[in-house]
Design a protein around this ligand. Structure first.
Ligand code: PGA
Length: 255
């Protein structure tokens, strides 16, 4: 299926950043994105830390920039000190939430089963889920990339996932924040494989419509090349999403 059949998504993952400047600077950045991203040929989303969701939602009002979040608990409420539920994120103004990012999997020991439960929590709250998968450097070197990703998809993707409630992000762990990126052939191979696995796990129709993002050291200088690869339907951007000029440079791959 051609890329044009799926509307691209460029999503910024701010991680635990956003207070380097003042709240005024953060909201000015959201406004700048909102104005500059006017009518792009792709959806644009910013996923700040939970404490900034409402501020960014307010700042981006009237623009096409959507606000997402970075993680959620699988329960709606309860005794889970320090956690935030999908319902709370929805209430704060998020429309989507990233689940299963490799930093959550490694820092917090999150398993595919937990990621699956978090994605289902997102659906229950009326949020979309951006489900992340990706191999480590050791796994790639051992030639296990596709097997690892196949296993993560099987475990993390809920049975009721569909192209409207779910986006998949392929993020090789070794490419995140390192400036390294896989070759275009490697990205093409993994994205094609992901679509095939989604077809087997869900259905051909869902697989043909589901967006599969690439993430890991995406920047303006490589966005054109990465975004032109078959089955790449957008980007999940970490470091480069923190500077409006860089993030807009990536969005420009779709203008
Ligand atoms: P990066 O991060 O763009 O800084 O490599 C991507 C991500 O972790 O989503």
């Amino acid at each position: 299926m051609k890329r044009q059949a799926r509307r691209a998504l460029v999503a910024g993952n701010w991680k635990m950043n956003g207070l380097k400047g003042s709240r005024r600077e953060v909201s000015a950045l959201a406004r700048r994105l909102g104005a500059a991203a006017f009518n792009p040929k792709c959806d644009v989303m910013v996923c700040p830390p939970a404490t900034l969701v409402t501020l960014l939602r307010e700042s981006a009002k009237g623009s096409r920039v959507k606000i997402g979040a970075q993680d959620c608990h699988w329960n709606p409420t309860g005794a889970h000190t320090g956690d935030v539920s999908a319902e709370m994120l929805k209430d704060a103004g998020a429309v989507s939430v990233i689940v299963g990012h490799s930093e959550r999997r490694s820092d917090h020991g999150e398993t595919d089963g937990m990621v699956n439960a978090k994605a289902q929590a997102a659906y229950r709250a009326g949020l979309g889920a951006i489900i992340c998968v990706g191999e480590t450097e050791a796994e790639r070197k051992a030639g296990r990339t596709l097997r690892v990703i196949g296993g993560q998809l099987k475990g993390s993707l809920p049975e009721n996932a569909d192209a409207r409630n779910t986006v998949i992000a392929y993020e090789p762990v070794w490419a995140i924040g390192t400036g390294l990126t896989p070759t275009t052939d490697d990205v093409a191979e993994v994205h094609k494989y992901i679509r095939k696995r989604v077809a087997a796990l869900l259905s051909d129709e869902t697989a043909s419509k589901m967006r599969i993002l690439y993430g890991g050291s995406v920047k303006p200088a490589n966005a054109d090349e990465l975004m032109a690869i078959d089955n790449v339907d957008g980007a999940l951007v970490g470091g480069a999403s923190l500077k409006a000029a860089d993030f807009l440079g990536i969005i420009a791959a779709y203008l």
